[in-house]
Design a protein around this ligand. Structure first.
Ligand code: GDP
Ligand code: MG
Length: 346
C-alpha cells in the first residue's frame, strides 16, 4: 500500500519538473541548473515511513521491546499474558523517518470469543504491514506452535525479522545455535538477538526495520507517540494495576471503562482531573475479590492507578472506581464492542 503511494508521488513530481522546464526561458534555466547541481552535492537522505508489527507469545517481551524502541512507557507491561488487548499504534519518529508500530495480541488459540478475536486481529495486521517482528526467547528447539507460525508467515509474504529477546538471560555461546535454528528455515529476512530489558541490540534492530520500509512522508506528526487517547491510556493503566495486584485470582476476566474524564480548574491551585471508571468482571465472586476486604484492594488499585495517570496528565487526579458484573462478557459480541473490542474495526 505504501509502495503504491510513493510511486504515484514520483510520477507526479516528474510531470511537474517537465512542465517547469518547458516554461522556463533560456536565461533563467542556466541559473537554475546551477542551483540544482549545488543541491545534488548535499545529497539529502530520503526519509522512510511504514508500518511494523510485533508478534510473539504472551510474556516474550513485546511491550517491553516497544517501550524500549520508542523510549518511553506507552504500552502496558505486565507479568500477566494477554495484557495488550486492543491494537495500540505507537509511533517512532527519528532522523531516518517514521515507524508506526502496531502492538498486536499474541497468535494463539483460545476457547473464548475474545481469543478468536485476538487471533483474527493478529493475522489481519500481518498483511497490512511492511515488516513483521517475530519475538522469540532463546531456545534450542522449534515447538509445534513455532512451526505453525512459520507456515502462517510464509503465507502472508511480509518480510519477517526474528528477534531473539532476553539474551541477557543466557550465555553468549548459547545464542549462536538459536540463530542457526531459525536461519535453517530459510524464510527470514534477518535474525537479531536483543535484550529489550538492557537495550542491547535494539539500535541494530531499528536499522534493519528502516531498511525494509519504503521511502515516504511520515504518517503522523513527529511529536505524536501514540494514537491512543489519554482516556484510553487511563483505562489501560487501571486495568494494568488491577491485573498486577490481583495476580492469579481473576485471570483476564476484567475490562475497564472510563465513564467520565473532565478537567476542572481550581482557584489558587493547579488543575485537577476528575475520572470515573468501572472495572467490569464476569462473576459476583470476582467482584468481591476486586473490592477486597473492607474495600482495601479497590483502594490500592485506585491509588496505584491515580499516581500513573497523574504522571501522564501532569496534574492532580481524582479517581473514582466502581466494580460491575457483566456475566460472560468475553463471549458476547455486543458487550465486547461496548468495551472497545470491535471486530468490525479491524
Ligand atoms: P508481552 O506479553 O510480550 O508484551 O511481554 P512484556 O513486555 O509484558 O514482558 C513480559 C516479562 O518479560 C516482563 O516481566 C518483562 O520485564 C520481561 N522481559 C521483557 N524483555 C526482557 C528481556 O530482554 N530480558 C529479561 N530478562 N526480561 C525481559
Ligand atoms: Mg504486552
Amino acid at each position: 500500500m505504501t509502495d503504491k503511494t510513493s510511486n504515484e508521488v514520483n510520477e507526479v513530481s516528474e510531470e511537474i519538473t517537465k512542465e517547469v522546464s518547458e516554461e522556463m526561458s533560456k536565461e533563467v534555466s542556466e541559473e537554475i541548473s546551477e542551483e540544482v547541481s549545488a543541491e545534488e552535492t548535499v545529497k539529502p537522505v530520503l526519509k522512510k515511513a511504514g508500518f511494523a508489527t510485533i508478534i510473539g507469545r504472551p510474556n516474550v517481551g513485546k511491550s517491553t521491546l516497544m517501550n524500549r524502541m520508542i523510549g518511553q512507557k506507552i504500552a502496558i507491561t505486565s507479568y500477566k499474558p494477554q495484557t495488550t488487548r486492543t491494537k495500540i499504534r505507537t509511533i517512532y519518529t527519528g532522523d531516518e523517518g517514521q515507524i508506526v508500530f502496531l502492538d498486536t495480541p499474541g497468535i494463539h488459540e483460545s476457547r473464548t470469543k475474545l481469543g478468536a478475536y485476538m487471533v483474527k486481529a493478529a493475522k489481519g495486521t500481518l498483511k497490512e504491514v511492511d515488516v513483521i517482528l517475530w519475538l522469540v526467547e532463546p531456545r534450542q528447539k522449534l515447538s509445534d506452535e513455532d512451526k505453525a507460525i512459520i507456515e502462517l508467515l510464509k503465507e502472508v509474504k511480509t518480510p519477517v525479522i526474528v528477534v531473539i529477546n532476553k539474551i541477557d538471560k543466557v550465555k553468549k555461546a548459547e545464542i549462536l545455535p538459536v540463530i542457526d535454528l531459525f536461519s535453517h528455515e530459510g524464510v527470514f529476512h534477518e535474525i537479531i538477538p536483543v535484550s529489550a530489558r538492557t537495550g542491547d541490540g535494539v539500535d541494530q534492530l531499528m536499522k534493519d526495520i528502516f531498511d525494509l520500509l519504503p521511502v515516504g512522508e511520515p504518517f503522523y506528526d513527529e511529536d505524536m507517540v501514540t494514537t491512543q487517547t489519554e482516556r484510553e491510556i487511563a483505562g489501560e493503566i487501571v486495568r494494568e494495576k488491577a491485573l498486577r495486584l490481583l495476580q492469579e485470582e481473576v485471570p483476564h476476566g476484567i475490562a475497564v471503562t472510563i465513564e467520565s474524564m473532565k478537567m476542572r480548574s481550581r482557584k489558587g491551585k493547579g488543575d485537577i482531573c476528575d475520572i470515573e471508571a468501572s472495572i467490569i468482571c464476569e462473576r459476583e465472586g470476582h467482584k468481591r475479590i476486586v473490592i477486597g476486604k473492607g474495600g482495601e484492594m479497590l483502594r490500592k488499585i485506585g491509588t496505584d492507578a491515580r499516581k500513573d495517570i497523574e504522571n501522564m496528565l501532569q496534574c492532580q487526579v481524582n479517581l473514582k472506581l466502581w466494580v460491575k458484573v457483566r456475566r460472560d462478557w468475553k463471549d458476547d459480541d455486543t458487550q465486547m464492542r461496548s468495551f472497545g473490542y470491535d471486530e468490525r474495526k479491524l
